[in-house]
Ligand binder design. Structure first.
Ligand code: SF4
Length: 312
């Protein structure tokens, strides 16, 4: 059976349910790289250009892992997910970076994903599928099953948002920084162990994100940026969070802008906010200390009637 590698990085966390069902349906074997680990990080650092951000280096590491184990590697290039909005340029150029940095690659399949809604994946998937099968009805069925899996995944509600007495924190950041527990050193797990409820940006509807983004002075044309800012504004406005943790990756140009916008709003509304920037270092002590101090501050603040300042 033909083996198609799929790197577990970047928008893997958003769109893999589709690709998984689709690839299964067209009868190829999927080889998924493992969860990010030290070897993958080191391989990515060794092959990627120094200037890249941490998630892009890690993505290189996942491709390095797959390159000798597969007949092809599938790397969707997600240009645009909504009308007149774009992804970070590094998502757009990821295949060029990989081709120029990694030697002895198997053939790459690099569909350009430029969709206004999830159904546009049909067109992209048809092109990919035709490389492997000619049976149209099997191909169509694989696509429909992929879309169904994707829709179900999007509908999943990750979290309990009300009727609890626990602290609630909004965890902000790009999806791959939030969901890759190697990048963020298991932050979500650590919070859950302390009975802290977590709310993620994907729990806010896109209509609400749009409504909030319209309050910005300038139109935000990065989809991820709009989601991060829109989710923060919405939950601050609803007063249902006790604080915000922003997970950022070293080398991210977008985050330097987004952080400023969210911080200003958090200050105005007296919402405590902690920024955790993760880099290539893997020692957890510093991150744990900052997290503990932030949680202590939240508890203290709660006991003293919200009279503390909100930041840092
Ligand atoms: S948004 Fe930031 S972290 Fe994500 S790929 Fe672009 S530069 Fe890297």
């Amino acid at each position: 059976m033909i083996k198609v590698g799929f790197p577990r990085g970047l928008l893997f966390y958003d769109y893999y349910p589709f690709w998984k069902e689709f690839l299964k349906g067209i009868g190829v074997e999927i080889v998924l790289s493992p969860k990010t680990n030290k070897d993958i990080l080191n391989a990515g650092i060794a092959s990627c250009v120094d200037e890249a951000c941490l998630p892009v280096k890690i993505y290189h590491g996942h491709v390095e892992y797959l390159k000798d184990k597969t007949d092809y590697i599938l790397i969707p290039r997600y240009y645009s997910l909504y009308s007149r909005e774009y992804n970070c340029p590094k998502h757009l150029g990821i295949t060029n970076m990989i081709e120029s940095s990694i030697e002895n690659l198997p053939p790459l399949i690099t569909p350009k994903v430029e969709i206004k809604d999830i159904n546009h994946l049909r067109i992209v998937a048809k092109e990919v599928g035709r490389k492997f099968i000619i049976n149209n009805s099997k191909l169509n069925k694989a696509i429909e099953n992929g879309l169904k899996a994707q829709n179900e995944y999007k509908k999943m509600n990750y979290h309990v948002t009300s009727n609890t007495i626990n602290k609630k924190l909004l965890i902000l950041g790009h999806g791959y920084n939030i969901h890759d527990e190697f990048i963020n050193m298991g932050l979500l797990k650590k919070l859950k162990e302390q009975n802290i409820d977590i709310i993620l940006p994907e729990e806010v509807t896109y209509d609400e994100i749009q409504r909030q983004a319209k309050t910005l002075d300038k139109r935000m044309f990065w989809t991820n940026g709009k989601i991060i800012v829109g989710a923060a504004f919405s939950l601050i406005e609803k007063r249902i969070i006790d604080g915000i943790i922003y997970i950022s990756a070293f080398g991210c140009g977008l985050d330097s802008v987004l952080l400023y916008i969210v911080e200003q709003r958090a200050i105005e509304d007296n919402i405590p906010m902690l920024t955790m920037t993760f880099d290539e270092q893997t020692g957890e002590a510093g991150a744990n200390t900052r997290l503990e101090a932030f949680i202590d501050m939240l508890n203290w603040r709660c006991n003293y009637e919200n009279k503390l300042s909100s930041l840092r």
